[in-house]
Ligand binder design. Sequence first.
Ligand code: PEP
Length: 250
Amino acid sequence: MRKKIVAGNWKMNTTLPTGLLLVSEILKNTDIPKDVILIIAPPFTHLSEVSKQLKNTSIKLAAQNCSQFDQGAYTGEVAASILKSVGTEYVILGHSERRAYFAETDLVINSKIKIALANGLKPIVCCGEVLEEREKNIHFDVVAKQLKGMFEGITPDQFKDIIIAYEPVWAIGTGKTASPAQAQEIHAFIRINIEKAYGTELAHSTPILYGGSCKPSNAKELFANADVDGGLIGGASLVAKDFIDIAKSF
Ligand code: PEP
């Protein structure tokens, strides 16, 4: 059985007080299925406080990014070791907004994955095509290339801590969602790629999440697919009830 995961990417939203309030609203829900792992990824500044709030709960903490460098003179960056030191367990890497606005390449993401793993963080690694690539029907090639580049040099032993999030860029924050069939088709393709690189066991055990305008009204049909193991949720993760309802959609 693969892990079922619902991860909330808060992006650059909430102040510290409103963020802590959102966490306490999420924590009021005690009826989340036990087999679903809930992860929240608030802004860096909130991690330390949120980590204290999540102590003795089943909800896990993620950062939205980390530096590709170890530590030292990198003004404005946050190292994986710093994230780990405040109780962070996961880190979202390769998000399309990082690629689009901060020029992150597969090579940079590859360095970040390596440094995150070396510091005991579990990477949630994003991939996905832009609209033009989907329209040209080259989305499979795009995703295969991203996976190859991002996981270059990652050993099978390291790969067991990886979660993948397929996020078609045209569906992120747009209200457009991949159809369940489109999601299943590319998730199955990603799993085949993992199998080729890392073998059957890791292909079967690696969670592959869907991201892109996932909400309570469409989560059920997306999660019903054999190769969709949950969601990476942006907008809807900022509303406690929606986030929880998504987690109850399996
Ligand atoms: C995301 O940015 O990871 C995401 C899936 O956003 P949204 O749910 O808002 O489309």
